[in-house]
Design a protein around this ligand. Structure first.
Ligand SMILES: Cc1ncc(COP(=O)(O)O)c(C=O)c1O
Length: 395
């Protein structure tokens, strides 16, 4: 392919336009100045979003907050874990996840991840005794063996929090990811399926947990009355819990609400686009796309694949350079300096643990964004560029 490929390459970073329906509501909010979720007596955009998201997911309670990190933090606080409680997480996740655990005065315990990006169950079992909670990051939407994880945790009465930041629309045995554990947390940061710039939401069926999270999110005095149900629980907790003020504001909800009816369509497009690119990458002897576990129906807006066989670091870097020459940015998680998804860069945790499987995976696992708006021609361009880049290095 000609070196002018950069000009032909699709832009995978620009976001989709926000549905036009958001504009009128934003104008109304701006003209009235009604930006705070608790000003209106009822029907505030944030409260409507919570109801709509709970309905979409089929759960009893949803709490919209400032980010998924805030949702993860509030989940841990709402579980009332003691200071220093051990929280198991997959070692392949974004730095915000162990950070939320540290923020909640708990201790992250990193579990090995296999080269299919999913939790290594032998290491999980080995580390489970002594754990106070489990936070499963479905990193890049890859679902670990939730049947085994839930059976093991239920048997020990260990609560499971699902970090579903990348998993809106993903299903496991037909069940929505985020509804399997005790709490599910989602992100509306711009690189996610629903884009509000920033934002997050926590879902649960547990009334006590919901009440505690609502109050700690910043429902001061009797603002909990603007959340449906659970009056007794709220009264129990009012003034007994700190207020961390992690509320969502109305403008964010106005941006998110018109995108919710588009989720199903984006999921279908994302899945089709991912599979189209995956099929082409699988044709290359130098690349492999790990399969999902059978119960999983994915909702991807990016693709991950591994450099197959023996690649040196120099070859992997050359592969990135060749792809870049064709206009495609390929992230190899472990190869870029300070990558926030490489556990050895989480220096705030102290010395990095020895996790050889995860380390080996991160050194050869590649990541390319595939926003659901891409056309088939654009997807084919990306796939061909990746295949060509690998062939240039290895042939
Ligand atoms: C796997 C994962 N979990 C949690 C988060 C935190 O999301 P937020 O940016 O909404 O705090 C991110 C952020 O990208 C993430 O990648």
């Amino acid at each position: 392919m000609a070196p002018d490929g950069q000009a032909l390459a699709p832009n995978v970073y620009d976001a989709e336009p926000i549905p036009a329906a958001a504009m009128a509501e934003i104008e109304r909010l701006l003209s009235t100045g009604d930006l705070f979720r608790y000003t209106a007596a009822e029907g505030a955009p944030v409260a409507l979003l919570e109801q709509e998201f709970a309905d979409l997911m089929g759960v009893r309670y949803a709490l919209a907050v400032s980010s998924c990190s805030a949702a993860l933090f509030l989940s841990l606080k709402a579980l009332d874990l003691p200071r220093g409680a051990k929280v198991l997480i997959p070692a392949f996740t974004f730095a915000a996840v162990p950070s939320a655990i540290v923020h909640a005065d708990c201790l992250p315990v990193l579990v090995e991840v296999n080269d299919n990006y999913r939790v290594d169950m032998a290491d999980f079992v080995a580390k489970l005794d002594g754990a106070d909670a489990v936070m499963i990051s479905h990193m890049r939407g890859h679902t670990s063996d939730m049947d085994s994880i839930m059976a093991l945790c239920d048997a020990r009465n260990i609560p499971v929090i699902e970090d579903a930041a990348h998993s809106l629309g993903t299903e496991w045995h037909g069940r929505k990811i985020g509804t399997i554990g005790k709490v599910g947390c989602f992100s509306f940061q711009s690189y996610k399926l629903v884009n509000a710039g920033e934002g997050g939401i926590l879902i649960t069926d547990d009334p006590e947990l919901a009440a505690r999270a609502v109050i700690m999110s910043g429902a001061y005095e009797t603002n909990w009355k603007k959340h449906p149900g659970m009056q007794n629980s709220y009264m129990l907790w009012q003034n007994k819990l700190p207020l961390y003020n992690m509320r969502m504001q109305n403008l964010s909800a106005a941006v998110i609400r018109p995108q919710l009816p588009e989720v199903a369509g984006r999921v279908a497009k994302g899945r089709a686009g991912h599979d189209r690119v995956a099929d082409q990458l699988e044709q290359s002897p130098f690349l492999t796309v790990p399969a999902a576990l059978p119960p999983e129906e994915r909702a991807p807006d990016s693709i991950q694949f591994n450099l197959a066989g023996n690649w040196t670091d120099a070859e992997a870097r050359d592969f990135q350079a060749q792809a870049k020459r064709l206009g495609i940015a390929v992230q190899v998680f472990g190869l870029s300096d300070g990558n926030a998804r490489a556990f050895w860069n989480w220096e705030f945790l102290g010395p990095a643990p020895d996790l050889p499987k995860t380390r080996a995976m991160l050194m050869r696992a590649c990541d390319v964004r595939l926003p659901t708006r891409l056309t088939e021609a654009e997807l084919d361009y990306i796939a061909q560029a990746i295949v060509d880049a690998a062939a240039t290095v290895k042939s």
